[in-house]
Design a protein around this ligand. Structure first.
Ligand SMILES: C[S@@+](CC[C@H](N)C(=O)[O-])C[C@H]1O[C@@H](n2cnc3c(N)ncnc32)[C@H](O)[C@@H]1O
Length: 324
């Protein structure tokens, strides 16, 4: 082989290598934009439950990730005048959703985009709905915490968020379900504000005034930690966030008696305003204003085992009613 032939072969080989590279990267790009979830529409009664559980109303902005024929976004607009949009990787479904929105007279309130949900800006939402798959929910989970405002409701059909336990859930009968048992689960999560850190406040006046300090750790919406009242250790329990709303109970030894306090309020930056019910005869309700003196970090990457146990108040109430 002379030099010219050698160079010509070199050129051919590098062209083939280049082509392989281009095709391989196209295949990778194609895969990135392939559907992560097959199309299965949510039945009408489950759509109703999703909207009810998410307390969707006229002031909400709803985003459906993987919107299919647009039924969730369109139903919210029809029933409550809710604005919003849906995204789907399948352009034909997006066109179908756009046509249906026109037909139902809600095209001025809703939009549908042919887009990958993983590159969709969701920061505008006050409600996010999804009917995806467990691993897709888990890939989305960190973004829900970093991009959504506290108080935003996330409603998922059938699939949960692993260690991030739902704030509520409802089972709906679906007799002609195409897979599994003839029922659907609807889950609700409310994006919690970050309440982690050290909080201080004072209750009472004059000689009866006492200083309170609570150090809170937060995993998703669940709080745990330690407390002192008048520098004495106190017992902290039932602590959780629901959006910006905080609640916890505290039992402190005061004047030789165990006094139960039930705190509830709203977190706004480094301040909490709310009330406390002090369960000592006569029981009293007082104003409560706390200040955060040191901020902590909310854990949002926890595995199922590392999330503290919490018995939700509504579950306790149900057990109590069932025993009556
Ligand atoms: C189970 S269907 C749910 C449709 C609709 N939300 C409903 O509840 O009736 C899931 C939808 O997600 C879409 N999808 C899958 N992967 C996607 C992705 N990466 N980005 C956007 N849409 C996607 C599918 O095309 C399909 O329409």
């Amino acid at each position: 082989m002379n030099l010219r032939e050698y160079e010509s072969w070199g050129l051919k080989i590098s062209t083939v290598l280049w082509l392989i590279l281009v095709l391989a990267s196209a295949a990778v790009a194609g895969r990135a934009y392939a559907a992560d979830v097959p199309y299965v529409p949510t039945p009408a009664n489950v759509v109703d439950t999703m909207l009810n559980l998410g307390k969707v109303g006229p002031d909400d902005y709803l985003i459906d990730l993987g919107s299919g024929d647009g039924r969730i976004v369109i139903a919210a607009a029809q029933r409550f005048g809710t604005r919003g949009f849906g995204v789907d990787i399948d352009g034909a479904l997006v066109s179908e959703a756009q046509r249906e929105a026109q037909k139902q007279g809600v095209a001025d309130k809703v939009a549908f985009y042919a887009r990958n949900l993983f590159v969709t800006d969701i920061s505008k939402a006050s409600v996010v709905t999804m009917y995806l798959l467990p691993q897709v929910n888990l890939r989305l989970r960190p973004r829900l915490f970093t991009e959504l405002k506290p108080g935003t409701r996330v409603v998922s059909h059938d699939f949960d968020m692993d260690s991030w336990k739902p704030d509520d859930r409802v089972t709906v009968p679906v007799p002609d379900k195409p897979y599994g048992e003839p029922k659907s689960e609807v889950y609700l999560w409310i994006i919690p504000a970050n309440a982690a850190g050290t909080w201080r406040w004072r209750l009472g006046a004059g000689a009866a005034a006492r200083d309170y300090e609570v150090v809170l750790e937060q995993t998703f919406q669940i709080l745990s930690g330690r407390a002192t009242v008048g520098a004495q250790p106190a017992q902290l329990g039932n602590a959780r966030m629901r959006g910006e709303a905080i609640e916890f109970a505290l039992v402190a030894r005061i004047d030789g008696r165990d006094v139960r306090h039930e705190f509830s309020g709203r977190v706004s930056g480094d301040a909490i305003t709310g009330t406390v019910a002090v369960r000592v005869a006569p029981s009293q309700r007082l104003e409560w204003n706390a200040t955060r003196v040191a901020r902590g970090k909310m854990t949002i990457e926890a595995s199922a085992r590392s999330v503290p146990d919490f018995v939700p108040a509504h579950t306790l109430r149900k057990i109590y009613i069932a025993q009556e």
